[in-house]
Design a protein around this ligand. Structure first.
Ligand SMILES: Nc1ncnc2c1ncn2[C@@H]1O[C@H](COP(=O)(O)OP(=O)(O)OP(=O)(O)O)[C@@H](O)[C@H]1O
Length: 637
């Protein structure tokens, strides 16, 4: 026996605390012990490079062994080893004093710690009733030693027969910790924590970790396939990533990593991060919510930085200056990468835009610096027929049914006909009548149809104070209206204009007091009637619905524009001028038909706006049959 003694710690009850529940995750002991083995190997290499020892054909490795009968789990490394003095110093003093410090600091804290990292050697006592160290230092003439401690401050240190340089830590597992005798469980732990450690880890002679951490390699040595393969490895059975960003810096903090834009899934939880946090290739956590900017949370991949404090609570982490700078750095790099893709491969950029747009717009709304980076590269689908030539941001064949444009380019084109006014649609199908009407007049319409756009438009209006955004169904642009035609006098007896006659008919037969009836002579292929929802009111309604997470109700108060130039409306006026309608109080066939037609024209306009509820749909269909029957009955009118 070389020595027997008491570990000098002040908190006598440190062992029960460690054992019980310093962490609910007992398994982290494994990461700590394997990391110590890797450190010991790195230290040996450094000593070797310094010429202090002959490394020869050094094959670094960590070997894990399970003995079910003895209930032991051993972790061996062929690293630097320890002399008796070093065991006394590093294990009895350093390890346990840091243990004590740790316990004092975090005992009773109800905040979960980010990585509960650096627990160190003593974390072995979370799962073991007895811990032994068998070690031989690399130093010449070193004597191998064997240290034993059974979960009390007493330890023993004796010489050992060991002849191989390195260290073996042998845990005799406590009751209830049998899972660590199962090779599958050990494989799982290696995969989780040690997969990318730069040393071969063997179980039953087989190497079970990947070792290669591609985020540490130079980006210039990696191909697209390398990045994709790594993504598949991290997130098996997922769709291919859209884009990746390789992060590498060593000033003012050390950080390596690869971030991927995943293909957006409809059920994605944008408040949760699936990014993996590492510290020197050792896995720490799957939760990076406090580290990366909120708008980038859906990004996946790996961040590896020894400068992220890991034994602090999540709230403290958020306040940490370095962490905030890291967040800014990541956002900047993501912005750079997006700009690069926009400039160098616009076709690809436009192709993945539907998935990127949410990230980018959300970032635009939440981060001033990021906004500056992306505001010129936010693109929108447009109705404009543009060729790729000469326009940097325009669609090229095969990307999408509609071309894309930036807001600035849109405004530039709009200068002549509608300076500083942006026509937009939020639903290509529901608003198709309106879109076509604009298109036929040569007015360009942007599609702002994602759920974030309601919000986004108001931000754009703040950033472009002269520009007004007008949804296609908000109002009629003067270029859509033929003012002379509506004012034409069509009834010489009463001196009434076409407009006035149509107004009268609809007021009398539609019977919708909350609907404002407006008449206009619309150009070209405009339908007989359209519904308008004033921009400001509609937005208010949309915002309220968004906040209450409900679908916006269609407002009872709206404007019905009757197109006096449409043949159907013209026919209706002629029909009403038959004289019977206005004079007769009864239900003449002509009167009935006029009423049905008014109602039908209104329903057609409604249908183009919002679709029907079941009741309206039924009455629409019934009326359609009635009208058609009537029109086909010989001599009915
Ligand atoms: N396998 C090993 N080979 C050689 N030395 C070791 C080994 N394991 C532990 N040591 C020594 O014991 C010391 C204390 O280890 P411990 O794991 O408690 O803390 P640490 O590794 O220094 O830091 P951390 O708190 O980050 O784990 C180490 O610094 C090292 O000098």
């Amino acid at each position: 026996m070389l020595e027997q003694g008491t570990i000098t710690i002040h908190t006598q009850n440190i062992f029960p605390i460690i054992k019980k529940s310093l962490y609910s995750d007992h398994e982290v002991f494994f990461r700590e012990l394997v990391s110590n083995g890797v450190d010991a190997i790195q230290k040996l290499k450094m000593v070797g490079y310094a010429g202090e020892t002959e490394l020869g054909d050094f094959q670094p490795e960590i070997h894990i062994a399970i003995d079910r009968e003895k209930r032991t789990l051993s972790i061996s490394d062929n690293g630097i080893g320890m002399t008796a003095d070093e065991v006394k110093k590093y294990i009895n003093q350093v390890a346990f004093s840091s243990a004590e410090e740790f316990v004092q600091k975090y005992q009773g804290t109800d905040q979960p710690l980010i990585g509960h990292f650096g627990l160190g050697f003593y974390s072995a006592f979370m799962v073991a009733q007895q811990v032994e160290i068998d070690t031989l230092s690399y130093k010449n003439d070193a004597q191998a030693v064997h240290w034993t401690c059974s979960g009390s401050p007493e330890f023993s240190l004796e010489s050992s027969e060991r002849s191989e340089r390195g260290t073996t830590v042998i845990l005799t597992l406590s009751e209830g910790e049998d899972e660590y005798l199962d090779p599958n469980r050990i494989r799982q732990l290696v995969k989780k924590y040690c997969d990318f450690m730069p040393v071969a880890i063997k179980l039953d002679g087989e190497v079970i970790n990947r070792q290669k951490a591609i985020w540490r390699e130079s980006a210039s040595n990696l191909t697209a396939e390398d990045y994709q393969e790594f993504y598949r490895y991290l997130y098996p059975f997922q769709e291919e990533p859209l884009l990746w960003v390789h992060l590498q810096t060593d000033y003012p903090f050390l950080l390596n990593g690869i971030l991927y834009f995943p293909k957006m899934q409809p059920d994605i939880d944008v408040t949760r991060s699936e990014l993996k946090l590492f510290c020197n290739q050792v896995y720490v956590s799957d939760h990076c919510e406090e580290i990366i900017p909120r708008f980038l949370l859906p990004m996946r991949g790996v961040i590896d930085s020894p400068d992220i404090p890991l034994n602090v609570s999540r709230s403290a982490l958020q306040m940490d200056r370095t962490v905030r700078r890291i967040g800014d750095f990541i956002a900047k790099k993501v912005g750079d990468r997006l700009q690069e893709l926009y400039q160098n491969d616009f076709v690809q950029y436009a192709k993945i835009w539907p998935d990127l747009s949410l990230f980018i717009k959300y970032g635009y709304l939440n981060d001033e610096k990021f906004k500056k980076q992306v505001q010129e590269i936010i693109i929108h689908r447009t109705t404009a027929q543009l060729s790729a030539q000469g326009e940097s941001d325009i669609w090229q064949e095969g990307v999408s049914k509609s071309p894309y444009t930036t807001l600035n380019n849109y405004l530039e084109r709009a200068k002549v006909r509608h300076e500083n006014r942006v026509f937009y649609a939020t639903d290509q199908v529901a608003q198709t009548t309106y879109i076509t009407l604009h298109q036929n007049q040569g007015l360009e319409v942007l599609f702002l149809d994602s759920f974030i756009d309601t919000h986004f438009i108001s931000y754009l209006e703040r950033d472009y104070p002269d520009v007004k955004f007008v949804r296609v169904d908000a109002d009629l642009d003067s270029s859509l209206i033929d003012a002379n035609k509506a004012a034409e006098i069509v009834d010489p007896k009463t001196n009434k204009t076409r407009s006035e006659l149509v107004q009268e008919v609809f007021k009398q037969y539609l019977d919708k007091p909350k609907v404002t009836i407006r008449t206009e002579s619309l150009s070209g292929t405009a339908p007989p009637a359209m519904i308008l929802l004033p921009e400001a009111l509609r937005r208010l309604r949309d915002m309220t619905a968004l906040l209450q997470q409900q679908k916006a109700e269609f407002p009872e108060e709206h404007t019905l524009v009757i197109n006096t130039a449409h043949p159907l409306v013209e026919n209706l006026v002629s029909l009403s001028q038959g004289g019977i309608i206005v004079q007769s109080g009864g239900n003449s066939p002509r009167q009935e038909l006029t009423q049905n037609l008014c109602q039908h024209i209104y329903d057609l306009a409604l249908m183009a706006q919002k679709g029907f509820d079941p009741e309206t749909m039924q009455s629409f269909l019934d009326r359609a049959s009635t009208v058609l029957t009537r029109l086909t009955t010989p001599g009915a009118i």
